[in-house]
Design a protein around this ligand. Structure first.
Ligand SMILES: C[S@@+](CC[C@H](N)C(=O)[O-])C[C@H]1O[C@@H](n2cnc3c(N)ncnc32)[C@H](O)[C@@H]1O
Length: 376
């Protein structure tokens, strides 16, 4: 789901600190897909210090990932450990956490940069396009862009009248000075020209100035931090509201759907991809399966999820009800991923989930398009 190109890391600062370190082990903070990728990279480079993981997710503590132990962050030690933050979304919070444990940035803790995949925004825009046709003359709101504003630039270049973006977590997003991720935007611009014959520089969306690269913030407007559950826009401001892999992370998603309905003009449409499955299965843990998180009570899951990059416990039938109960008309509902719930799995679920339709509960990823009715 993440838009980072095949885990290419910039670990130069970390590697140079290894030359004269007295540290006894390397701790990769974040036992997830990116942590795994970095572990492979360090092993490939023949790093001789022992490497383990730390993670705030208490359900992972005590387990192992690729044969490496996972410890709680409080068991790390600034005098013996070199810590590398591998998480994407919560990088800032993890930095504060490490500093409160006595670690110092670029001395005994490091943050790796991932190379963004400049082709990902094309896939996301193609996905939206499939449900709405085109973007010409529309006022568009894009929610939760992740680490870049590639989708926003493409929507504008494809004829949108205005593009707003709201982001809640930092996700290492840079704006409007995007010089640090220049190659991403240059790759995006080159591909946009080749594929769609649109010129992001010529249209003034990207600007080279004083050897830096900027996004024109009068054209692409980012609001950060801002949550989908309290949008700072007047009623009926947009023709189209888009979100891709966002709603499974929102605490109180019903509020989010309500806000989208409010800011849409009558006749306006929202298109989304929702991924209501246990995100712990995105790494190669054998202990979890995609609906494992339905075994917990609401309270138990909230306690677990708040320590990680939050994903809620809202199931597909609940999402569907929340959308429809705002007054939306569902235009399309497409199942993108589904699993069979066997009797054995069904019996493991918290009883509150056994009142749902078993087939609908097994939908792990879906896409939908829904409109606010015209005739109010
Ligand atoms: C899995 S990422 C998806 C990023 C991007 N849309 C993509 O598909 O590559 C989830 C995104 O939702 C954002 N998000 C989570 N909760 C949010 C909220 N309450 N309001 C707005 N954005 C939120 C996160 O910060 C992140 O950018």
């Amino acid at each position: 789901m993440y838009s980072f190109s095949d885990k290419v890391f910039d670990i130069s600062i970390f590697l140079s600190s290894l030359r004269n370190t007295r540290a006894k082990r390397i701790v990769l903070f974040g036992a997830g897909g990116y942590g795994e990728g970095l572990l492979d990279e360090l092993v490939r480079r023949g790093i001789s210090l022992p490497i383990i993981f730390a993670d705030n997710d208490r359900t992972k503590q005590g387990l192992s990932l690729n044969g490496r132990a996972i410890i709680p962050p409080r068991e790390t030690d600034p005098s013996t450990d070199l810590v590398v933050i591998t998480t994407i979304s919560a990088g800032d919070q993890v930095s504060y956490q490490l500093e409160s444990l006595g670690f110092q940035r670029d001395v005994n803790y490091f943050e790796v940069m991932y190379s963004l995949d400049y082709l990902h925004p094309f896939d996301v825009v193609d996905f939206y396009k499939k449900y709405v046709g085109g973007f010409d003359g529309l006022d568009i709101l894009h929610i939760g862009p992740g680490g870049h504003l590639g989708v926003e630039l493409l929507l504008y270049a494809l004829g949108a009248k205005s593009v707003y973006s709201v982001e809640y977590h930092s996700f290492r997003l840079k704006y409007p000075d995007v010089s640090q991720v220049k190659s991403f935007y240059e790759g995006l611009a080159k591909t946009a020209e080749e594929r769609w014959d649109v010129d992001l520089f010529g249209r003034g969306l990207l600007l080279n100035q004083d050897e830096k690269l900027y996004i024109d913030k009068d054209k692409i407007r980012l609001l950060y931090p801002c949550t989908i559950t309290a949008l700072p826009f007047s009623d009926k401001s947009f023709d189209l509201v888009l979100h891709h892999a966002v709603f499974e992370h929102v605490p109180g998603p019903e509020e989010g759907y309500k806000e989208i309905f409010r800011v849409l003009r009558p006749g306006g449409t929202t298109v989304g991809l929702v991924d209501p499955q246990d995100h712990r299965t995105f790494s190669s843990f054998k202990e979890y399966y995609p609906l494992k998180f339905l075994e917990y009570s609401r309270e138990e899951w909230y306690e677990i999820a708040k320590e990680m990059n939050f994903h809620n416990q809202t199931t597909t039938p609940e999402h569907k009800n929340m959308i429809l109960s705002q007054g939306f008309v569902m235009n399309t509902f497409e199942i993108l991923m589904q699993m069979d719930i066997t009797e054995e799995i069904w019996q493991e679920f918290n009883p509150m989930f056994r009142s749902f339709d078993r087939k609908e509960l097994g939908i792990l990823r879906f896409a939908f398009s829904a409109s606010r009715p015209d005739d109010e």
